[in-house]
Design a protein around this ligand. Structure first.
Ligand SMILES: *Cc1c(COP(=O)(O)O)cnc(C)c1O
Length: 371
């Protein structure tokens, strides 16, 4: 059997940029706590996405948590959250003892449905924040979502964990709302092994997030704290990996686009297959190539056939309102996200894949239809 093909795995630069920055940290013994790499990574990331400020953190989840705190979310507050997503989007709402209300997706974007969002605002007029996600590197319809949220004076947090490098109408996703977050977890388009970033044009709030992330140490010689703090700050070694990865982000986006186009060309003809949407406003990073399949072939048939060929794939995210832990919270929508979950599949989209690897995947999938 040939080597395993992964969904999306870490891919360091051929030039070894990451190791150079990490070596610098070692050479200067700036292993911890903070240091040049952290500060520079924040600046470079902020410049790359077009945001005024950024805070480097231990994870994307930590970034969502601090964005919620910056938005003033506390006990009992209602937060609208896209239902179709990874649990990391919703968990921080629980950390703050706030109440999530889950919002449906639409077929046009796979992300938050603006109509469902309007309906939710009618039902819940007092809302503290809205978390919108850009899944698989597709952008949500940010113009409409921002318009609705500003009408209701509500803070928008963009979970752009999967969409670094994705542009909506020419602007980087994660920079439309009051706060945006990116993840550098191992499977994301660029990785630091683990890490995240909070971005915002509100420099004071970002400074506040850094304060919370370093145990909320007051400005005093001794250890003094007037607020609860967290240990959420990115290390200087990890930030070195991030600086190197950021240099080759555009190459990764180009390769993921290539993979998506390749699959689309080869597989679109199969009965019942529909690829993830391609809106004219959208320049996606195609973090994962995803599609839906309806008819005689089921997503599970494809996944099992791929697994037998030592190839990783997975279903589209199971919506949050269907999760045992979140079942008791309200959901607003028609169940589009349930349908996407039931029919969706993510194909291996590893940026290290060769044409030979792509052919291996395609031949197995075509074989499922021939059975
Ligand atoms: C990966 C991911 C996160 C969490 O990021 P971590 O860095 O793993 O904490 C949040 N939201 C979505 C949609 C993700 O895919």
């Amino acid at each position: 059997m040939s080597g395993r093909i992964f969904l999306s795995s870490p891919h360091m630069s051929d030039e070894g940029y990451e190791q150079q920055y990490v070596k610098e940290a070692f050479d200067t013994n700036w292993i911890a706590p903070l240091g040049t790499n952290v500060n520079e990574f924040e600046k470079e990331l902020a410049a790359k996405v077009g945001s005024k400020a950024a805070a480097a953190l231990t994870s994307g989840t930590a970034a969502i948590h601090l964005a919620l705190k910056a938005a003033g979310v506390g006990e009992g507050d209602i937060v609208f959250c896209q239902s179709l997503t990874f649990s990391a989007t919703a968990n921080p709402i629980m950390y703050e003892k706030a109440k999530p209300v889950f919002i449906d997706s639409d077929y046009q974007t796979w992300n938050m449905c603006p109509e469902a969002l309007e309906v939710a605002f009618k039902k819940y007029p007092k809302v503290k924040a809205v978390i919108v996600v850009h899944l698989y590197g597709l952008s949500a319809d940010m113009d409409r979502i921002m318009e609705i949220c500003s009408k209701h004076n509500v803070i928008v947090i963009e979970d752009a964990a999967e969409s670094l490098g994705t542009h909506y109408k020419g602007q980087q996703t994660g920079t439309f709302g009051h706060y945006g977050i990116y993840s550098f977890n191992g499977n994301k388009i660029i990785t630091t092994s683990g890490g995240g970033m909070l971005v915002s044009n509100d420099e004071e709030k970002v400074a506040k997030a850094r304060f919370w992330a370093t145990q909320s140490r007051d400005n005093a010689k001794h250890y003094q704290h007037s607020e609860v703090g967290y240990n959420y700050r990115m290390s200087n070694v990890v930030a070195g990996i991030g600086r190197g990865q950021l240099k080759i982000l555009d190459d990764r986006v180009a390769k993921k686009n290539y993979i998506y186009e390749y699959y689309k060309r080869e597989l679109s003809g199969l009965e019942g297959i529909e690829f993830m949407p391609n809106n004219e406003w959208d320049a996606p990073n195609y973090w994962l190539s995803a599609l839906t399949v309806k008819g005689k072939v089921k997503p599970l048939d494809i996944m099992l056939a791929l697994e037998a060929g030592n190839i990783e794939s997975r279903p589209v995210w199971k919506p949050m309102h269907m999760q045992p832990v979140f079942e008791c919270y309200d959901f607003v929508g028609d169940g589009v996200c349930e349908e996407l979950f039931n029919t969706g599949i993510c194909l291996p989209s590893d940026s290290k894949m060769t044409n030979y690897d792509l052919t291996r995947v395609i031949e197995i999938i075509k074989g499922v239809w021939e059975k």
